[in-house]
Design a binder for this molecule. Structure first.
Ligand code: SF4
Ligand code: SF4
Length: 195
């Protein structure tokens, strides 16, 4: 995975959003951000920080300072694998993982995604398929992902897809649970509660 990225630089204090840290601190998990001492333990413990555009420590600092655009457009919140290493190691017991979730929810609500980055598309399409059928369908998921992010890559995957198909690991039939309406009602309720 490439670590190349272009950082937007805040030049003026007026570009900061003073409401942003308050909004995040009101979300469960974000309450204790103000107590962060910027020790960097979370970044050191994070197995994915080398791939992130901003380390977990920096995301906390930027959130507190009101760098809303930079935080919500960041790849970091999408790369977080929810492993909880940072949360376990934090000397101030800050719920960093939950904060990452809170920031991701905020980004989804505001329809903001890092440009050309496939992870949010994958998450969105996965949710859409599961909500519709109650099951994941790898074939449809990958088709939708590559069609929306990188069509050329789809062609490169065809030989692997064929191998999987002939070994019986990639079916043509789509599975569906019986009570999809109930699942959809449940997921709608969760979405309303977390938005
Ligand atoms: S480990 Fe905790 S206190 Fe240290 S920088 Fe990360 S969030 Fe802040
Ligand atoms: S929960 Fe996310 S931010 Fe924290 S260590 Fe794991 S991957 Fe990194």
């Amino acid at each position: 995975m490439s670590t190349l990225h272009f950082e937007r630089q805040i030049k003026y204090e007026s570009e900061l959003d003073s409401q942003f840290p308050k909004e995040i601190m009101e979300i469960p998990g974000g309450e204790h951000l103000a107590t962060c001492i910027q020790c960097g333990t979370c970044s050191g413990a994070c197995p994915l920080s080398i791939y992130m555009d901003h380390s977990p420590r920096k995301i906390i600092a930027m959130t507190r300072a009101g760098f809303k655009d930079d935080v919500l457009d960041s790849r970091t919140i999408w790369l977080c694998a929810s492993c909880y290493s940072c949360t376990v190691e934090c000397p101030k017991q800050i719920k960093i993982t939950d904060t990452m979730y809170a920031l991701k929810r905020k980004a989804i609500k505001e329809n903001r995604y890092p440009k050309g980055f496939p992870v949010p598309v994958l998450a969105r399409e996965f949710f859409g398929i599961v909500k519709k059928t109650g099951r994941n369908n790898e074939r449809n998921l990958l088709l939708k992902l590559y069609l929306k992010t990188n069509v050329l890559r789809l062609f490169k995957q065809i030989p692997i897809g064929l191998k999987l198909f002939f070994k019986g690991r990639l079916g043509l039939k789509s599975e569906k649970i019986k009570k999809t309406k109930q699942l959809q009602t449940l997921l709608d309720a969760v979405e309303r509660r977390t938005s």
